[in-house]
Design a protein around this ligand. Structure first.
Ligand code: 9EZ
Length: 527
């Protein structure tokens, strides 16, 4: 296993990578072709904003498992290409929060007191005091659009300048807003009442151009608009007009649609009521150290323990501990069902969650079942949490899920039923003593560990069968670890499940079938 760091990364982050024991190469400044030429050697890639991880780079990789971006924005990574290839993309969404909040405060004060303009004038040898007279924050209203982690920290800080805080956020619980002293109201009211209006939303289809001319016209003519969030939330042509025509008094911007600015955006720099910085929100010693440390820790966790934190292209959220226990079972049931089915196309896939699992979020369990199924199909060995949904879809596999809170016998069971032309494999599994076990197939009940080699067979229940099976396997060097049988009635149809320590070849399986009268036997192997 090997990690490539292809952008400058703070020493504290590099130290964590090196301390993991995984070899680390630091090679900043590679061209796309140079990166393509070496990426095949690496399992992890750590970047900041400099490295462009294009589709070409991702396709040139062969055992790359994770791309870690030290920072927030991942526009330098081709996420769909990474997802298709099963490469996890991680970032560090929280490491910049305080730097972004402090920069927002700095920009607000800079704009309120005309500090950059006065500074520039001083440097020209001037002494102009009335021209740069400003406004106090004391007693003014701060409008916060997006009262998330950054917006909340801005609120906490500017409260101490004796500002009144109003905010708009469709996701913030009212009690959290009350706790930080923000009065939540409509977007329209925030726009109308703010003396200073600051934006802290992501850039999304619904927030792009959220502030355009109609909103500028609703703002106070004395208002100052601040954007340290993302370029594009404010329409830049309308910003130009609003500042030029004094529809609002001023603006302070750290972020732009195109960075560095394109020719069309440069007209904004002629406006004397605009204060601006070149995307410096996260540019502090502390934030850069924090992003490096956080990404190093997350990348190592994933490479070493498969634990996913802050992923862009995998399910997010904390996994409930009971659900987590059942993940290996889910994957093994998928593997077993797919191996029994062979390489035939799957016409129908039904999964069921019974007992206490029925009340859980089962998304990760469904994905694990799919991973098990896909991994058992030829050429799909790279199926993982990142790409399995897309892979399954490409094979026309759609999961039909059912849930039933009333479990019998076990606390919880998972059912995986695969239907193929004329055949059904309906497996039921559970966890006993922390161990995944198969407890049923096509209505027959038994109990056998799901690990390693397994022999499953249907036969007529008659005396002596178990002995015959044992003898043939023993004669052929196959050691039986465990056996369990189930049947519909004495002397009826029976099912035998064996756990074996040695692989059973097709030839040996044929001998077993002949000796015991097995009607339908299958050897499968659970990794
Ligand atoms: C906040 C938002 C949109 C917003 C959207 C999302 C976290 N977040 N915040 C304020 N996904 C409009 C106004």
């Amino acid at each position: 296993m090997k990690i490539l760091v292809s952008d400058p990364l703070s020493e504290e982050g590099l130290a964590i990578l090196r301390d993991s024991g995984i070899p680390v190469d630091v090679k900043p400044g590679l061209s796309e072709d140079e990166l393509c030429a070496i990426i095949g050697d690496y399992d992890g890639l750590v970047i900041r904003s400099g490295t462009k991880v294009t589709k070409k780079v991702i396709e040139a990789s062969n055992h790359l498992r994770v791309i870690g971006r030290a920072g927030v924005g991942v526009d330098n990574v081709d996420i769909p290409a990474a997802t298709e290839k099963g490469v996890l993309v991680m970032n560090t969404p929280s490491a910049n929060i305080l730097s972004a909040a402090e920069h927002t405060c700095a920009m607000i004060l800079a704009a309120a007191r005309n500090i950059p303009q006065a500074h520039e004038s001083m440097h020209k040898g001037e002494w102009k005091r009335s021209k740069f007279s400003g406004i106090e924050l004391n007693g003014k209203t701060l409008g916060i659009i997006g009262v998330g982690r950054v917006g909340g920290e801005v609120a906490r800080r500017l409260k101490h300048f004796n500002m009144s805080l109003v905010g708009y956020d469709p996701f913030l619980p009212p009690e959290v807003a009350a706790d930080i002293g923000v009065r939540l109201t409509t977007l329209e009211e925030v726009i109308q009442v703010a003396d200073i209006m600051t934006i802290h939303t992501p850039l999304l289809p619904e927030t792009r151009n959220m502030i355009s001319m109609p909103q500028f016209k609703m703002m106070k003519p004395s208002a100052i608009l601040v954007n340290v969030a993302r370029g594009g939330i404010v329409n830049e042509d309308d910003l130009y007009t609003a500042l030029k025509e004094k529809v609002i008094a001023g603006a302070a911007f750290d972020v732009w649609c195109e960075e560095p600015l394109c020719e069309n955006e440069k007209k904004l720099l002629e406006l004397e009521n605009l204060v601006t910085t070149p995307h410096l929100g996260a540019s502090t010693a502390e934030a850069q150290e924090r992003v490096a440390v956080e990404i190093a820790e997350s990348v190592i966790k994933y490479l070493r323990d498969n634990e996913i934190v802050n992923a862009i292209n995998a399910p997010r959220g904390k996994l409930d501990p009971i659900t987590a226990q059942y993940l290996p079972l889910a994957e093994r049931l998928g593997m077993a069902a797919a191996q029994l089915n062979g390489q035939r196309p799957i016409d129908n896939l039904e999964v069921s969650f019974n007992g206490e699992l029925a009340d859980k979020n089962t998304r990760m369990l469904n994905l694990s079942i799919l991973i098990g199924i896909m991994k058992s199909m030829v050429g799909q060995g790279n199926a993982n949490i990142v790409n399995v949904e897309a892979l399954a879809k490409s094979k026309g596999i759609v999961v039909k899920e059912s849930k039933n809170s009333n479990a019998v016998v076990y606390d919880s069971t998972i059912g995986v039923r695969i239907e193929t032309k004329g055949d059904v494999f309906d497996l039921v599994g559970t966890i006993v003593a922390h161990e995944p076990r198969l407890v049923g197939i096509n209505g027959f009940r038994f109990e056998i560990p799901m690990a390693g080699g397994m022999l499953l067979a249907r036969y007529r229940d008659t005396p002596g069968i178990i002995g015959k099976v044992g003898k043939v396997l023993g004669d052929n060097g196959v050691n039986i670890a465990m056996m369990s049988v189930g049947r519909d009635a004495p002397m009826g149809t029976a099912v035998m499940a064996l756990s074996v320590d040695n692989p059973i070849s097709a030839d040996v399986l044929k001998l077993v079938d002949e000796a015991s009268g097995f009607e339908d036997s299958k050897y499968i192997y659970i990794e």
